[in-house]
Write a protein that binds this ligand. Structure first.
Ligand SMILES: Cc1cc2nc3c(=O)[nH]c(=O)nc-3n(C[C@H](O)[C@H](O)[C@H](O)COP(=O)(O)OP(=O)(O)OC[C@H]3O[C@@H](n4cnc5c(N)ncnc54)[C@H](O)[C@@H]3O)c2cc1C
Length: 326
């Protein structure tokens, strides 16, 4: 590990000022960043510890939404009564990630900004990685790519975003609230992560030094009919091959609104908008579910080793729809 300085930020303004300096990075739970530093993947010159800032609150908003502070721990968020009762989809997605020990340390902001688990990114022994080493190429493109992307990939990067939480946040139309010296702004979770294009090292819309302060969820009509299904190589402590977040608003037997988001299949949580539209107005029934599951994988493009994920994703969507129905 290369030398770096460590500063505990006294308040939000101090964090933002220090975080904007070249080579600085915020430290929250440290469960991803410290790993990457130890492995030689990231080498920040200055760590700005934000973990003591007062950003861990979870509070109900007027008009029925909720605000989750960026430093709320993943376990506290999953177990919070407002989240459990109004956003069970988010709670289930969080509980499917990592381990209890990791969830006790990991924060909402850090979870959003966790980096890909592509082996070629994680191991600096591989020279080629456009994320780690822009312009060097993508070893996964012709390498071992069974975990990699089906949608939105490019010739420069086929990595996926590994978060479970973000898949649920995408389905729930979350807003990510940001703060920098220029002021505050909000970015929809749907737009927060970028597709790789020819700059896969630029992963989000965040500008240097910008702090995630909270995540806002609008009032939800998806309490009764939702499901988070994660398919992985091991029953726990493993990242998704494919995950699916389903949220249905069912009124008098008909689907009034539908959300389908997938994880493990793209550089960002992937919303299946076409499939969602097919469900609107349809009865809660096997035939529209099968049609929507087929539509959810339209446009998927397999690499050498991950063609199995297309049918896996279709089946996972279908199964998650059935779970959400009950
Ligand atoms: C063994 C293992 C298994 C795991 N399994 C899963 C899994 O199954 N599913 C899953 O979703 N995740 C999994 N994770 C990842 C885990 O969820 C992340 O490591 C964690 O959420 C990161 O949060 P953190 O607070 O520790 O972030 P940190 O490591 O502190 O930070 C991560 C990044 O976010 C930046 N950052 C943090 N907070 C802010 C903020 N407020 N504003 C701006 N920048 C910020 C940091 O600068 C850094 O770049 C696993 C991790 C491990 C180690």
């Amino acid at each position: 590990m290369l030398p770096f300085s460590y500063t505990r930020a006294a308040d939000g303004d101090a964090a933002i000022a220090a975080g904007a300096l070249p080579g600085a990075k915020f430290l929250a739970g440290g469960t991803n960043l410290v790993d990457l530093m130890k492995g030689g993947v990231e080498a920040p010159q200055a760590l700005i510890d934000i973990s003591r800032l007062p950003l861990a609150g979870i509070s109900a908003l007027q008009q029925g939404g909720v605000r989750i502070g960026a430093l709320a721990r993943n376990s506290d968020t999953a177990d919070h009564p407002v989240i459990r009762s109004r956003y069970p989809l988010l709670s289930r997605a969080l509980l499917s990630g990592a381990t209890p020990q990791l969830r006790n340390a990991a924060t909402v902001g850090g979870n959003i900004l966790q980096r890909t688990r592509c082996h070629y990114f994680y191991d600096p022994g591989f020279q080629m990685c456009n994320k780690r080493n822009p312009g060097s190429g993508c070893a996964a493109l012709e390498g071992h790519n069974r975990m990699h992307a089906l949608f939105g990939a490019s010739a420069h990067c086929v990595a996926t975003h590994p978060s479970d939480m973000c898949v649920a946040l995408s389905a729930l139309d979350a807003l990510v609230r940001l703060r920098s010296a220029a002021g505050e702004r909000a970015v929809a979770m749907l737009d927060f992560h970028r597709l790789p294009g020819d700059e896969p090292h630029i992963e989000t819309r965040l500008v240097p030094g910008e702090l995630i302060v909270s995540v806002d969820l609008p009032a939800s009509s998806f309490v009764k009919h939702c499901a988070y299904l994660k398919v992985r190589d091991r029953a726990s402590f493993a990242f998704a091959l494919v995950s699916v977040a389903i949220a249905l608003d069912v009124r008098e037997g008909l689907i009034h609104e539908a959300r389908i988001a997938m994880g493990g299949v793209a550089h960002k949580p992937w919303r299946a908008f076409g499939a969602e539209q097919l469900l609107v107005g349809a009865p809660v029934d096997a035939a529209p579910f099968a049609e929507a599951a087929g539509a959810a994988v339209e446009g998927a493009r397999a690499l050498k080793h991950n063609a199995f994920k297309i049918d896996l994703a279709r089946r996972a969507v279908l199964r998650a729809l059935r779970i959400a129905q009950s």
